[in-house]
Design a protein around this ligand. Structure first.
Ligand code: BDP
Length: 578
């Protein structure tokens, strides 16, 4: 977990040199380390599948069997987990092979040939317990300074249900021993031309040539470079490039091949969109043109699967975002599954990609480990998502308690890490603070979460909206950077109506959202507004969360529109820029 290179983050692929087969099970789970094994779907959260285990956070043991891969000679066999929340310990045939901490990013476990049999027993111990030295943290011991108001059960220091289980697909993979280990594609523009700076890392230093082919819009461009010291890099110029943007998400296909002494030995393919992201004064620019982000903070939270990957729910959510006229979303409060990133590339939704660092606090107990985890997540997220055109900004944390003195230095280093790993995208955090936010100084854009008219000035939009306007002006004056409203919203119990808007009615939610959007539209330094939340979502139980739900969705958890959804559709589809 120290500051080192992350392990591989390349996607499982099937071609002449790489194989990837999903391990579909049947999977079994046993709770409390008991022998009784119950069938469980993977991916899914056990808390959603078994209502009786709703509040049980582990440990639990998953088992399944997989056959022998058709391992070609010289292939490396590995298991690839898209996401296991929170801690995973993996064994094959009784041999412990490795672990991973952190619930929303992929990891690989290499299986040595000596551990493989004809039929293999895969065991994954999963522990989702909440602890103050985990990120996101929970069960935090108060020391009299940090007061997480509104304590809830389970005792998270964040507002979403701490679902546990194997949440994304598990693959049995093979790749050549002499392989491409990593690929980075950065895109620039030069007049009408697009330029791709492509670099690869290899697992070996011997002689080889890296061959690249870029295909799209009737063009094929080929270029190669020698691999030296495990690295090769090329620059590809595309004349009159079809740029990627939210209206026209143009994508090219890039194929990278490794050739050694006349023979191809590895291949990897990805889609790439040529576009630039920059900040000029208080404007956020894509391809040198200002953009205004319209969209949502979301959650991966679905009836039936909990936080488990679902192709069907992904399709529904993307259709609804488009229906509402959104052009962007934030992966609040953790990186979403990789299929969503592909879909965002293809559908032109711009993404603020956020790490799982939510509820970060700076009390000394467990701090060292929390800091290390935050750095690990930044490395893993950027390694995983750096080649997606849709990602226009990295969010390094949500609502850290960063008015504390230690926060300044922490974010200085964290922003430094993000910038050193990717010099093409701005970095930010979403903060509930204003002038007191210690992190903003080190970040490129200022993202604020605001609930005036909800948690404060309750029921008083007449007071709240002018205050919001002043607040935004003051923040902009202090930091002089683009301001994005990354959260604002009100709980609305579906079907609750009030002619004269009052709290918890759909009318109040719609009025509040309209008020915020109107203010955002009037300020040129506001570069976006994301409604909290796209859909109602499960959270812990507490007096402010009826039914263990956060009701700030403009769609219900079942994805039915509330009044505000129609409002957004009428506003967002009408206003081009804002
Ligand atoms: C914000 C948090 C978000 C919560 C939201 C709320 O960033 O996770 O769900 O408040 O209270 O502070 O609805």
């Amino acid at each position: 977990m120290a500051d080192m290179d992350v392990q591989q983050m390349m996607r499982p692929q099937n071609n002449k040199f790489r194989k990837a087969v999903e391990i579909k099970g049947p999977w079994y789970i046993s709770f409390y380390g008991k022998n009784k094994k119950i069938k469980i779907p993977v991916p899914a959260s056990w808390n959603e599948i078994f209502p009786g285990r709703r509040d049980f956070l582990g440990p639990a043991v998953y088992t399944t069997r997989f056959g022998v891969p058709a391992a070609a000679k010289g292939s490396q066999v590995y298991l690839r987990f898209g996401s296991v929340n929170y801690l995973a310990r993996v064994s094959v045939n009784g041999i412990y092979l490795g672990s991973h901490e952190g619930g929303n990013l992929p990891f690989e476990i290499v299986v040595p040939p000596s551990a493989l049999k004809k039929s293999n027993l895969l065991k994954v111990e999963v522990d989702g317990a909440l602890a103050q030295d985990r990120v996101p943290p929970g069960n935090v011991v108060f020391d009299g300074r940090d007061a997480f108001a509104n304590r809830q059960y389970p005792e998270t220091s964040f507002d979403f249900f701490p679902y546990c289980g194997i949440h994304r697909k598990v693959f049995l993979c093979e790749r050549p021993e002499r392989a491409i280990d990593d690929i980075t594609v950065k895109t620039l523009t030069d007049g009408k031309d697009g330029i791709l700076k492509v670099s690869i890392k290899t697992s070996f230093s011997g002689g080889a040539t890296a061959c690249f082919e870029l295909k799209g819009f009737g063009k094929v461009i080929k270029i190669s470079a020698a691999v030296k010291h495990c690295r090769a890099a090329v620059s590809i110029r595309v004349k009159n490039a079809k740029l990627w943007n939210t209206e026209k998400p143009n994508l090219y296909t890039l194929t990278a091949k490794l050739n050694s002494y006349g023979r191809d030995i590895d291949e990897y393919k990805l889609l790439t969109g040529i576009r630039t992201v920059s900040i000029k004064g208080s404007r956020l620019l894509i391809n040198n043109k200002p953009v205004f982000l319209k969209g949502f903070g979301r959650h991966e939270d679905y009836p039936g699967t909990g936080r488990g990957f679902s192709h069907a729910w992904n399709e529904i959510d993307f259709k609804l975002m488009k229906w509402a006229g959104a052009n962007s979303f934030r992966t609040s409060h953790y990186p979403y599954d990789e299929e969503q990133m592909d879909m965002a590339d293809r559908s032109g939704l711009m993404v603020i990609d956020e790490t799982p660092a939510v509820g970060m606090f700076f009390n000394s107990a467990g701090l060292k480990k929390r800091v290390e985890l935050c750095r690990q997540y930044v490395r893993e997220m950027i390694a995983r998502d750096k080649n997606h055109a849709c990602v226009i900004m990295w969010s390094l944390a949500n609502e850290p308690h960063s008015n504390r003195p230690a926060a300044g230095e922490f974010f200085k280093r964290l922003a430094g890490l993000a910038h050193s790993l990717d010099d093409t995208r701005p970095a930010t955090i979403a903060s509930y603070l204003g002038a007191g936010e210690k992190a903003f100084k080190y970040l490129d854009a200022v993202c604020v979460n605001r609930y005036l008219g909800w948690y404060t000035q309750q029921g008083r939009l007449d007071l709240a909206l002018p205050m919001l306007s002043q607040d935004l002006d003051a923040i902009h004056k202090k930091f002089g950077k683009p301001v994005i409203l990354t959260e604002f919203g009100a709980d609305a119990l579906p079907g609750t109506r009030a002619k004269n808007p009052e709290m918890f009615s759909e009318d109040y939610q719609a009025a509040m959202i309209k008020g915020y959007l109107d203010i955002a539209a009037k300020k040129t330094f506001v570069a976006g507004a994301h409604v909290w939340n796209m859909c109602d979502f499960k959270t812990g139980q507490g007096i402010h969360r009826p039914g263990g739900m956060n009701w700030k969705g403009v769609f219900t958890r079942e994805r039915k529109p509330k009044l505000a959804a129609y409002l957004l559709r009428s506003l967002w589809r009408k206003r081009k820029a804002k």
